[in-house]
Design a protein around this ligand. Structure first.
Ligand code: DGY
Length: 325
């Protein structure tokens, strides 16, 4: 039987399914492997199911032979060097689509919590500081009737935009390319604007673009300075898109009102100064974390490796060029 590395802890019933096709090497204690351990464990394997914590780059791939597929349980695949995968004859797959709505829900949860200062108010209450009600008590910003800006209008961005209809929000967006008229209509009449207009006009700005070196620190000191002092910034995309040090400065200086962050540069470590700020809502990369959606993501990753071992085309193949090699 071909061998498969399941690099992260996995639901037992999924392992039972996989064991019909593969001899499995497991990591049920869910350790994060170093690059050298990953290379060692991948020796002699047909493939691997992993998450964003596994860096699959030229260096790793050059130490392997015979690996046919690397399947990540994530829509984002910035941890894969696709070109190197192709060069080494490795199929790379992700788990798109099934998390769009859940991730959009969470973007809204973060936006609402940030705008209405939910975390800050709860900390205040828990600290036993609540002695009276006052007219300016934890006043925040409205969502209804405000302008929602979205940077990155892929499937998740569009799902976020659709939800704005219930709040009577105007939606503006910036993206590599403008959506079709039909898609804009479906995304609550989203209006395409340039990046500067997006920054200047949004009352709440949500980042929903994939990470690549080209968008590293696309939100930095210059961009933050263009936002409204009353604005909030929400990042459910990837760490590295925002310059976290610049964001901390902007939050300290009142250049923007607040930030809701699910992702961080160098996570799971993050800039310690975030902890000293009241105007942030911080969560540990959980935007797609519902039971149903995580199951669906895992199922997609499993389908990809099973298709590969059957000699079929994995449905979420990211580097189809590899088939020509
Ligand atoms: C994704 O699917 O990309 C999530 O961010 C989890 O990594």
């Amino acid at each position: 039987m071909p061998k498969l590395l399941v690099a992260r802890a996995m639901f037992p019933d999924v392992l039972a399914q996989l064991s019909n096709f593969f001899e499995l090497e497991l990591n049920q204690e869910d350790r994060i492997f170093s690059q050298s351990e990953l290379a060692e464990r991948l020796q002699g394997k047909f493939g691997m199911i992993c998450t964003s914590s596994a860096k699959v780059d030229q260096d790793l791939l050059s130490k392997l032979s015979g690996v046919k597929i690397i399947s990540t349980i994530a829509v984002g695949y910035d941890n894969f060097d696709l070109h190197a995968c192709t060069q080494h004859g490795v199929m790379a797959t992700n788990s798109p689509d099934v998390l769009n709505e859940t991730t959009a829900d969470f973007a809204w949860a973060l936006m609402m919590a940030t705008a209405r200062r939910v975390t800050e108010a709860e900390h205040f209450l828990r600290a036993g500081l609540w002695t009276k009600w006052s007219v300016d008590f934890f006043v925040g910003a409205d969502l209804h009737g405000s302008c929602l800006g979205i940077l990155g209008m892929g499937r998740i961005g569009q799902a976020i935009a659709r939800r704005a209809s219930g709040f009577g929000m105007e939606v503006i967006y910036h993206n590599r390319s403008q959506l079709s008229e039909e898609k804009e209509l479906a995304a609550h009449h989203a209006r395409y604007v340039d990046k500067q207009t997006l920054l200047r006009h949004a009352d709440h700005l949500i980042l929903a673009l994939p990470y690549s070196p080209e968008v590293h620190h696309i939100i930095g000191a210059i961009e933050l300075a263009q936002m409204k002092p009353s604005a909030t910034l929400i990042n459910i995309a990837r760490g590295g898109i925002v310059d976290d040090a610049a964001l901390i400065q902007a939050l300290r200086n009142g250049q923007i009102a607040g930030a809701g962050l699910d992702v961080f540069e160098n996570e799971p470590r993050f800039h310690a100064d975030f902890l000293g700020l009241k105007n942030v809502v911080l969560t540990p990369h959980i935007a797609s974390a519902t039971e149903r959606t995580r199951r669906a993501m895992v199922n997609r990753a499993v389908k990809n490796v099973i298709s590969a071992v059957r000699g079929e085309l994995p449905p979420d193949l990211l580097n189809p060029e590899v088939l020509e090699i």
